[in-house]
Design a protein around this ligand. Structure first.
Ligand code: NAP
Ligand code: 8YV
Length: 327
């Protein structure tokens, strides 16, 4: 390959990513005011895309089949995030474009936050802190709360992060069960082939599956009813995995007790109905959001691109796409 390859950046990315992209590539920005003109002019030259949807990860532009059709020389899409539901990976595979993501480097961080969110939701930690800050303590202590002590814990998704969550939950001494399409051979927890069965048998449901069509609104009114009035839902996966209007209704009418949510259907917008509720803990998609972990994710975004530039196999291709090297 001669010269620096042309790369399309779909939106803002972390400074450490942008600095390295600018060093090794000729970078074009899709979040420019004249995106259409940019595409028309440089689309045919673009060989790489750097992308990532999220509050700090990058712009909201998705890498669709239609966008890739405008980039006929495209060879690689490097995604900031282990979840790559904002990239049409199957279409990329059909086009011979490799997609990379950032697995592994965030498992412990996301699992740590999940445990924090679970405890915060069940023990109402933010609510009790608000009680103190609002000066209500002298007039009365914060009301008693629900507990983890009498619960069976269910995990939806027993992949890299699900396992890291389960390992931490073992320390709480409560029964652990999970649902995924296939049982995982080397974990000691009870597998439920049907999500509804798991929801019926547990009192806390922690969701950590990928987003996309196959998991779209899998946590629906029926699952929430099965979880029941003592039930707590924790979603650290994707907002699309939960039927948000059904969840709001279930929280309002006592179908379930509480929810802890790091992700939402239409981020960064959160329904007013949720914001007004006292039985929810709401976080702005921060499960991986520490300096150390975001830097590790960012470096993996860059390292995949640099491997491709060097003609080496990319480090973390997604299963839908072929391993591709620069020609
Ligand atoms: P992973 O290793 O690929 O694990 C995914 C798990 O989900 C597997 O156990 C898989 O098992 C299960 N699964 C997939 N499709 C399913 C379906 N249709 N029904 C039931 N189970 C299904 O992924 P990971 O690295 O743990 O990450 C999981 C997801 O977490 C990411 O894709 C991302 O969306 C989300 N995430 C969110 C944050 C955040 O900031 N909140 C941070 C990191 C990741 P089977 O294939 O056997 O079903
Ligand atoms: C990031 C995530 O917050 O890795 C993922 O799938 O959801 C998070 O780690 C997100 O990708 C940032 O844009």
């Amino acid at each position: 390959m001669s010269g620096r390859p042309d790369l399309l950046q779909t939106g803002p990315m972390m400074g450490m990513i942008e600095a390295q992209l600018n060093e090794h590539f000729t970078v074009h920005r899709l979040d420019a005011p004249d995106a259409e003109a940019v595409l028309a002019e440089i689309g045919p030259r673009i060989r790489a895309v750097a992308t990532g949807v999220g509050s700090t990860g990058g712009g909201a532009r998705r890498v669709t089949d239609a966008l890739m059709a405008r980039l006929p020389a495209l060879e690689i899409v490097s995604n900031f995030g282990v979840g790559y539901d904002s990239v049409d990976a199957e279409a990329a595979g059909r086009r011979g474009v490799v997609v990379t993501n950032t697995p592994g480097v965030l498992d412990d961080e996301v699992a740590d936050l999940t445990i924090g969110l679970l405890l915060a939701t069940i023990r109402q930690i933010p609510q009790s802190e608000r009680h103190l800050r609002e000066g209500k303590w002298p007039s009365g202590g914060f009301p008693l709360t629900a507990t983890l002590r009498d619960r069976t814990l269910g995990i939806v998704g027993m992949g890299r992060i699900g396992r890291a969550i389960a390992r931490r939950l073992e320390g709480f001494g409560r029964p652990i069960a999970y649902h995924s399409r296939r049982p995982v051979a080397d974990v000691p927890y009870t597998h439920y082939p049907e999500l509804i069965g798991l929801a019926k048998d547990v009192d806390a449901l922690i969701v950590i599956v990928p987003g996309g069509a196959e998991t779209d609104r899998m946590i629906n009114a029926e699952i929430l009813a099965a979880l029941g009035p003592k039930g707590v839902l924790i979603n650290v996966a994707r907002g699309s995995v939960v039927d948000e209007p059904a969840l709001i209704k279930a929280l309002e009418d006592g179908t379930i007790a509480a929810a802890g949510l790091d992700v939402f259907a239409n981020e960064p917008h959160v329904p007013d109905a949720l914001i007004g509720m006292s039985n929810v803990v709401l976080l702005p998609h921060v499960a991986s959001a520490t300096h150390v972990t975001r830097d590790a994710m960012g470096q993996l975004v860059v390292d995949n691109l640099l491997a491709w530039v060097a003609g080496k196999p990319v480090l973390t291709p997604v299963p839908e796409t072929p391993v591709k090297q620069a020609g």
